[in-house]
Design a binder for this molecule. Structure first.
Ligand code: FAD
Length: 430
């Protein structure tokens, strides 16, 4: 009999809750990864995230080989894969880390049912977050819906117990010993090799001390670029917190808490993935002009900071946070295009795309979300550029034709757009 540790968005062997508990349970542990066609079928064949996951899966495979073990890599719908696995292996328990997105919750609920019908145990652990959704709540047990009190409580509770590492390496001798099939190639999965350079996982410590001063300037390398690693679990959230505490990087820790805040919101309010958190905003009349949306997607709005951001994301899979706020505000407020269109476009392009943070960020920018920017705060993209890219370094990098005749005129005049959206908000919100 073996135990299986199913890796999902936790692609590492160090400081890993489920793997630690699996290894300590005694039976040989076979680590598993499934290329889930429910997810892959929705993606473009050139999606860079699949290249990243594939590369990390091969790295895990190599690491496990050093211990005489391997990673079992499957491809298909999880249900079908599990049906085959229970036939092929004598499985005692399945271990995995808890995942909070609506799709993952459904997937794990049905797996729990199936495994239990096969007399196989299924154990889920907290790993993706410092605090479980139920661990930071109001005194009456209800979820916070505003960030600042959530953050205060979160920070107050941050004892070493919550960010201590799980020393998996002590128990690697309990890994399953034996050959596992060669993982499928990217081509076999139906995907091409992306040319994007992924940010390294070990290059953030030196940025943390000055983060509070540099984080808002897109021309500086002021932020950690850890997004993709936290998304796919190639870096443990506990390691990130330990590093931040060593560097006394309080502002950065508060950003990690935003990540958990949005995860918690999505857990308690799964409808907010597609509906306005503040329902009064449902009445806002969108314009949804397709040509304007296309101009925004391709970075041709005539507002250089907006265009620079969109072009950065199209080319690299990354956009700086300040610019995400400006581009999202521009689409929803200046152009009155539904935030869901923008959210879907970001979802396609961002390497660090995360449903909870993306929906949270978009609803924040539009005004309909938790602790959102008030509707009457309409970012002026020109002032934002002057303030956060005063030397035009970021703009010139991504919009080299800026300042020449080749650069398109603004798609809409700022004062006009501002008045238009304020009218739309007043009509909707009364
Ligand atoms: P740092 O600034 O170094 O922050 C460290 C980590 O903290 C990030 O990697 C991220 O995990 C977390 N974090 C930081 N800021 C936020 C925030 N505002 N909300 C939630 N988590 C945060 N973040 C995503 O991870 N995925 C998304 O899909 C996403 N979509 C966004 C959409 C919009 C419209 C906006 C305004 C923000 C979005 N963000 C998203 C939040 C933020 O922009 C990114 O997390 C950040 O830019 C990633 O860069 P970094 O890794 O260098 O972050």
């Amino acid at each position: 009999t073996i135990n299986i540790c199913w890796l999902r968005r936790d692609l590492r062997l160090d400081d890993h809750a489920a793997l630690y508990h699996a290894l300590r349970a005694g039976r040989p542990v076979l680590p598993l990864f499934i290329f889930d066609t429910n997810i892959l079928d929705e993606l473009n064949p050139d999606d860079a995230r699949v290249t990243f996951i594939h590369q990390e899966v091969l790295r895990l495979q190599q690491e496990l080989k050093k211990h005489g073990s391997g990673l079992l890599v499957c491809h298909g719908k999880p249900e079908a894969v599990w049906n085959e696995l229970v036939d092929k292996y004598d499985i005692g328990h399945v271990f995995a880390n808890r995942d909070y997105e609506p799709y993952a919750r459904e997937r794990d609920d049905s797996l729990a049912e199936f495994l239990s019908s096969e007399q196989i145990g299924f154990r889920l652990f907290k790993d993706q977050v410092i605090f479980e959704t139920s661990e930071v709540v109001k005194p009456d047990g209800k979820p916070y819906t505003v960030y600042t009190p959530y953050w205060k409580r979160w920070r107050q509770k941050l004892e070493p117990f919550f960010f201590a590492a799980y020393p998996t390496e002590k128990y690697f001798r309990h890994l399953y010993k034996g050959e596992v099939p060669v993982p499928p190639s990217l081509e076999e999965l139906g995907f091409g090799q992306a040319k994007i350079v992924f940010p390294p996982r070990q290059d953030y410590r030196h940025k943390l001390a000055d983060y509070g001063k540099t984080r808002d300037f897109p021309a500086l390398e002021g932020t950690s670029r850890l997004g993709i690693h936290l998304r796919f679990g190639t870096v443990s959230i506990r390691e990130a917190v330990r590093t931040a505490l060593e560097e006394k990087a309080e502002v950065w820790i508060s950003e990690l808490a935003w990540r958990e805040f949005y995860m918690m919101i999505l857990w308690y309010f799964p409808n907010s993935a597609t509906y306005n958190f503040k329902t009064a905003y449902d009445k806002v009349q969108w314009r949804n002009n397709k040509a304007e949306f296309e101009a925004w997607c391709t970075g041709q709005t005539g507002y250089p900071l907006v265009d620079a951001g969109m072009r950065q994301m199209n080319a690299t899979g990354y956009m700086h946070n300040r610019v995400r706020m400006v581009t999202a505000s521009f689409l929803t407020k200046h152009l009155l295009v539904d935030w869901r269109w923008g959210e879907a476009y970001f979802a396609e392009k961002l390497l660090d795309y995360d449903l909870a943070s993306n929906v949270g960020g978009w609803q924040w920018a539009f005004g309909s979300g938790n602790d959102a920017a008030p509707y009457f705060r309409v970012f002026n993209p020109e002032l934002q550029a002057k303030r956060f890219d005063p030397d035009l370094k970021y703009i010139k990098k991504w919009v080299p034709e800026y300042g020449t005749k080749k650069y398109a005129p603004p798609i809409v005049e700022h004062t006009f757009a501002r008045e238009r959206v304020l009218k739309a908000f007043k009509k909707a919100l009364g």
